[in-house]
Write a protein that binds this ligand. Structure first.
Ligand SMILES: Cc1cc2nc3c(=O)[nH]c(=O)nc-3n(C[C@H](O)[C@H](O)[C@H](O)COP(=O)(O)OP(=O)(O)OC[C@H]3O[C@@H](n4cnc5c(N)ncnc54)[C@H](O)[C@@H]3O)c2cc1C
Length: 466
């Protein structure tokens, strides 16, 4: 046993199972301190995530306590500032799991160099992903840009080496504190109270993630391929915030799925595959984090229209399926994937507003916000991403509503103003004009754009960059 303190840097790793950094720290050291670095600027445009992280810290702290591991939260302006101070001490060894975002991986290099030069023991582990990014490449060594061949290779590669889950976190000897200046997780909570509603929907703990996974596999995965498209049904796993913040490892999901056989499993694992693909993309093409992946879109004639953007963000566009999605997001911190595609398409194609505005809004409101999935999701919708939906394929929000929310159950839930409108008009309430109790433009907004006109304008705008 190493007499020094074992430090474990917790990032998106709020779990005991399959947490290699924590396992190794507790294997090598009698006394272990876990720490979370709260960098305020990281969360400036991620309000919803502050709630998730604050609560995750609270629950994980209690869990680590059972292992006599103290979880300390340290506030810092920059990670560099924190670590430059830490380099001055020599009474520890340090462990952490990777986060597959270019800035984190770049910073790992800085830490590696410094810990090595200063002869401080450190170890970095694979993070919450099936395959390391550089393990999956085309035969010629270049990265995949299309999902299907990517996943075919990635799945095969993973199956050949499925890692075992034999390592466990051990109980330690209590050490009360290592860092002097720490904060309470409550300090991380957003200033505004809108997050209060999240408590009705989510419990950010590892137990909850595992419970939800098991329930999903038992009750819903068999019909996942069909039901995943209907927002009024709980047909998907709703695991995204847990996966993003590492309450559950994707290898655990893989293992649990492979214990049973049914037709939903491959489709479900392919969605996990999209997440892998997106992480690969942002690391091989990091320019896409801030710019169009496809350069030709740099000339796209986006419009600036704050009134439209406001209506979109607040669920007041007059298109029920769009408004329901945006309200679900604000209320629960999550939105159904089909609806993410519809509202995204509406912003970039009907309103001709740059996808970056949507990306920023989602980042602020999503509990599952993930740098890779969000930016790739938006560029997929906008048509400027890798393996994206072609720009000229424009979702019709009325037909999408009629197809995926036929009886209007979803829109009635989130847009109660129209709850009494008959099914025939539920996705085009402006055509319903024979009820004295409902007036379009007064009880619910008139559509801010006309679908056909907006569609033609979008196609004309697209011609300019062809
Ligand atoms: C515009 C847009 C923005 C998005 N932003 C995010 C984001 O910030 N964070 C995020 O996790 N997902 C994002 N997605 C992808 C997807 O909508 C969510 O992952 C999914 O809705 C989460 O619900 P679920 O856990 O029930 O998914 P399930 O259908 O149960 O899928 C299981 C897991 O697979 C992954 N996954 C599923 N669909 C996708 C997908 N299309 N792309 C990548 N991974 C996927 C997620 O980790 C998900 O939890 C975005 C999609 C779009 C169109």
């Amino acid at each position: 046993m190493d007499k020094k303190i074992g430090l474990c840097w917790i990032k998106d790793d709020f779990r005991i199972n399959r947490n290699p950094a924590l396992c190794e720290a507790t294997k090598n050291h009698e006394q272990v301190v876990a720490f979370y670095l709260y960098k305020k600027s990281k969360f400036e445009k991620q309000e919803a995530q502050k709630w998730w992280v604050s609560n995750s810290l609270n629950l994980f702290k209690k869990k680590l306590n059972d292992f006599n591991i103290n979880l300390q939260i340290v506030k810092t302006n920059t990670y560099k500032e924190f670590f430059d101070q830490l380099f001055l001490r020599k009474d520890y060894a340090i462990y952490w799991n990777k986060i597959y975002e270019p800035n984190y991986l770049k910073f790992d290099k800085y830490l590696e160099k410094n810990f090595f030069e200063k002869k401080i023991k450190f170890k970095i582990f694979k993070g919450n992903i099936l395959n390391e990014i550089d393990e999956i490449k085309k035969g010629d060594g270049t990265p995949f840009k299309v999902f299907t061949p990517y996943w075919r290779n990635a799945e095969k590669y993973f199956i050949e080496k499925v890692p075992s889950n034999s390592k466990k976190v051990s109980r330690c000897k209590k050490i009360n504190s290592y860092f002097k200046s720490t904060i309470n997780e409550k300090e991380i909570l957003p200033q505004k109270n809108w997050y209060k509603k999240f408590e009705n929907y989510w419990t950010p703990s590892e137990e909850e993630a595992i419970k939800e996974l098991k329930k999903f596999i038992k009750e819903r995965i068999a019909n996942y391929s069909e039901n995943r498209n209907f927002p009024s049904i709980i047909g998907t796993s709703k695991l995204s915030p847990y996966i993003k913040h590492g309450h559950i490892h994707v290898e655990t999901i893989w293992d649990e799925c492979k214990k049973i056989r049914n037709k939903g499993i491959n489709k479900f694992l392919a969605e996990i595959g999209w997440r892998e693909f997106n992480h690969s993309l942002i690391n091989y093409f990091p320019h896409m984090l801030n710019e169009n992946y496809s350069k030709k879109f740099d000339k796209f004639p986006w419009r600036k229209n704050s009134k439209f953007l406001y209506a979109w963000k607040n669920g007041l566009t007059g298109y029920p399926i769009v408004d329901a999605g945006m309200r679900e997001l604000r209320h629960t911190g999550w939105m159904h994937n089909r609806v993410r595609m519809i509202v995204g398409s509406f912003l970039v194609k009907h309103l001709l507003i740059d996808w970056k505005n949507g990306e920023t809004h989602f980042r602020n409101c999503l509990l599952d916000y993930s740098e890779a999935n969000n930016v790739a999701g938006w560029q997929w919708v906008a048509g400027c991403g890798a393996d994206a939906a072609p720009y000229f394929r424009i979702f019709n929000p009325i037909l999408q509503g009629e197809k995926f929310d036929k009886d209007g159950k979803y829109v009635r839930k989130w847009v109660p103003e129209i709850k009494n409108i008959p099914n025939k008009f539920i996705h085009k309430p402006w055509e319903f004009n024979n009820d004295l109790n409902f007036k379009i433009g007064k009880d619910y907004p008139s559509p801010i754009v006309i679908h056909e006109t907006a569609r033609n304008e979008a196609l004309n705008a697209f011609k300019k960059i062809k």
